[in-house]
Design a protein around this ligand. Structure first.
Ligand SMILES: C[S@@+](CC[C@H](N)C(=O)[O-])C[C@H]1O[C@@H](n2cnc3c(N)ncnc32)[C@H](O)[C@@H]1O
Length: 277
């Protein structure tokens, strides 16, 4: 198989304009032509990670954003979490993402939902954030570092752009004890684009970047994954889901991802870290 870049994996979803049109059309088909386009109504379609907006809510409970703060989303996808946090917490969110069509889709959805003044999207790499030092109160990254080999580099960049005392929240997939997952999975079609760290490596990389680790939780569901997978396999996806962004083939990726969790090949983790004041 020819080498695939991370951006190519995600860019299969089409141009940014096409993604935004597809998402808004799916929402209107489901909720009626006069449905308001808001971060809330878009939420089943634009949070690109397992358990959707519920997982964003969990992350935000750890992030504790305050009104007026500057927040950074590292690997912001099509911007669902950034819009949702900016709208709910009245703060300004900057998203940085490597995949150009996702950045374009995020900007279009910002405009369509009236959030363009509070959510800024920059195309760029988590390994070289196009942002000044000490410019954010808080930062988060949700299901992104699985695509990046140099995780210490990501954490160093997050540390650089956070203000002293700033908080970093990570929610992602780490390696399980039972070998690699079966590919394709939602973050990678091929093993060459998947970099799952152990907890030990994650702690080491965060500490070497200068962070204090405040909490580190294994959030792998202990029940319900097999039932959820069975439902997906027998009934297919709900009308509003990630397949609208990622295409019908995404079902197989989701099923593989659930199986990997069930089999102990992957684990989900949530981490809160702090740049010393
Ligand atoms: C599974 S999506 C998650 C998107 C978003 N965090 C969310 O939860 O809705 C992973 C995202 O990480 C981005 N990504 C992967 N490697 C990156 C890198 N080196 N720098 C910035 N973004 C990256 C991809 O372009 C993609 O948008």
């Amino acid at each position: 198989m020819p080498e695939e870049r991370v951006q190519d994996h995600y860019a299969r979803s089409g141009s940014g304009g096409a993604i935004a049109i597809r998402i808004i059309a799916a929402l209107r088909a489901h909720a009626g032509g006069d449905v308001a386009i808001t971060p809330e109504t878009l939420a089943p379609l634009d949070h690109f990670h397992g358990r959707g907006v519920l997982a964003t809510e969990k992350l935000v409970a750890l992030l504790e954003p305050l009104a007026g703060e500057t927040i950074l989303d590292i690997g912001s996808g099509i911007g669902g979490p950034a819009r949702w946090i900016a709208a709910k917490y009245d703060c300004s969110v900057t998203g940085v993402d490597l995949t150009a069509p996702f950045c374009d889709a995020a900007r279009e959805l910002n405009a369509a939902s009236g959030m363009a003044d509070r959510v800024r999207i920059l195309e760029g790499s988590a390994l070289a954030l196009p942002l000044p030092d000490a410019s954010f109160d808080r930062a988060y990254s949700h299901n992104v570092v699985m695509n990046i080999a140099d995780k210490a580099g990501v954490y160093r960049e997050a540390f650089r752009v956070l203000k002293p005392g700033g908080r970093l929240v990570l929610s992602h997939v780490n390696a399980g004890p039972n070998g690699p997952p079966e590919f394709p999975v939602p973050w990678a079609a091929v093993p060459e684009n998947s970099f799952l760290a152990t907890d030990e490596e994650t702690r080491r990389d965060l500490s070497s970047a200068g962070f204090e680790i405040l909490t580190f939780h294994d959030t792998t569901p202990t029940t319900g994954t097999a039932q959820a997978r069975h439902k997906l396999e027998t009934e297919g996806p709900p009308p509003l889901g990630m397949h609208v962004l990622a295409g019908e083939h995404f079902l197989r990726l989701q099923i593989n991802s659930m199986r990997a969790l069930e089999d102990g090949r992957t684990r989900t983790v949530e981490i809160v870290a702090r740049k010393p004041a």
